[in-house]
Write a protein that binds this ligand. Structure first.
Ligand SMILES: Nc1ncnc2c1ncn2[C@@H]1O[C@H](COP(=O)(O)OP(=O)(O)OP(=O)(O)O)[C@@H](O)[C@H]1O
Ligand SMILES: [Mg+2]
Length: 246
C-alpha cells in the first residue's frame, strides 16, 4: 500500500490558522515541541509512531491539541498524518472541509485504501510545500466500528503509520463513548488532554479505562490554563523562548 501524495496541497484555513498562531506565539510553539519530544521519546524509532489524543469529557481541547501536534511535527520536518477519529462529531473533517468524504472508518473496514483518502493540507495560505496530511473520519457512522476486525485494523493502521514520521488521531472523550478505547488499542501511545478546572476523579476514571485495555498512556496535557484564574504563570521563563519561528 502506498500513500505517496500526488495531489496538490489544499490551503487548510483551520490548519494554516493554527500554524500562524504557533508562529506568532513562541511559548505556544515550545509547548507543542515539548509534547512532540515526549511522543518521540515514547517511541524512539525514526518513523511509525502513532498517538491518540483523547480526554475524559467533551470540550477539553482534543481537536485543537491533535491539530497543533501534527502541525508542530510538520514544522519540525516530520511527515505528519492527522486523522479524524471522532466519528461522532467529525469536527476536524468539517474544519478542513472534508466532512463528506471517505476516511478512517472505510479504511478500517477494509473498504478503502489509505492512499485514496489521505490528502495534503497546506500550513500556509497561499499553499506551499509545508503540509500536514489528513485522513477524514469517513462517511459511515461510529456504529460501523462494531463491524471492524480489530486484529486486521491494527495491521492496516501499522502499515499506514510506517509511512509517516508521526500519526496523530483525534477522538471522542473516553467517558462518553467506547470509540477512543478501540482506537487506543491500535496506536502506539495515548495522550490525555485535561482542561484546566477538570474534575480529577473523572480524569482518573478515563486514565484507568485506558490502562485497563493496556494502552500506553504517556501523560496528560493541561489545556486552557489561565494564569489569573488557575494559578501561577511561567512568566519567569519568558526570556528563554525563541522570539519567532523560522
Ligand atoms: N488552549 C486553548 N486556548 C483557548 N481556547 C481553546 C484552547 N484549546 C481549545 N480551545 C477552544 O475550546 C473549544 C473546544 O476545543 P476542542 O474542539 O479542541 O475540544 P474537544 O475536546 O475536541 O471537544 P469535543 O469533545 O467537543 O470534540 C474550541 O472552541 C477551541 O477553539
Ligand atoms: Mg473534538
Amino acid at each position: 500500500m502506498s500513500t505517496e501524495l500526488v495531489c496538490q496541497p489544499i490551503a487548510g484555513t483551520w490548519l494554516s490558522g493554527l500554524a500562524k498562531m504557533m508562529a506568532e506565539n513562541p511559548e505556544f510553539a515550545e509547548a507543542y515541541d515539548a509534547l512532540l519530544g515526549a511522543v518521540r521519546l515514547a517511541r524512539p524509532d525514526a518513523s511509525g509512531g502513532s498517538v491518540l489524543v483523547t480526554s475524559a469529557k467533551p470540550g477539553e481541547g482534543k481537536t485543537t491539541v491533535s491539530s497543533c501536534l501534527a502541525i508542530a511535527a510538520s514544522l519540525a520536518g516530520r511527515r505528519a498524518l492527522l486523522i479524524d477519529g471522532d466519528l461522532r462529531r467529525l469536527s476536524l473533517s468539517a474544519a478542513v472541509g472534508s466532512a463528506d468524504t471517505s476516511g478512517l472508518i472505510e479504511v478500517l473496514l477494509g473498504q478503502g485504501s489509505a492512499a485514496d483518502v489521505i490528502r495534503p493540507f497546506s500550513l500556509t495560505d497561499p499553499p506551499s510545500a509545508n503540509v500536514v496530511s489528513f485522513m477524514a473520519g469517513g462517511r459511515r457512522s461510529s456504529a460501523s466500528l462494531a463491524a471492524v476486525d480489530w486484529g486486521q485494523a491494527r495491521s492496516i493502521f501499522k502499515a499506514i503509520s510506517q509511512q509517516f514520521g508521526i500519526v496523530v488521531v483525534d477522538s471522542p472523550p473516553v467517558l462518553a463513548a467506547n470509540d477512543a478505547l478501540l482506537f487506543a488499542s491500535i496506536v502506539d501511545s495515548v495522550v490525555l488532554v485535561v482542561g484546566a478546572g477538570a474534575n480529577i476523579s473523572e480524569v482518573q476514571r478515563a486514565k484507568e479505562q485506558l490502562e485497563a485495555i493496556g494502552a500506553r498512556n504517556i501523560g496528560a496535557i493541561l489545556n486552557r490554563f489561565e494564569p489569573k484564574l488557575h494559578g501561577r504563570s511561567n512568566q519567569p521563563y519568558r526570556g528563554y523562548y525563541r522570539r519567532t519561528r523560522a
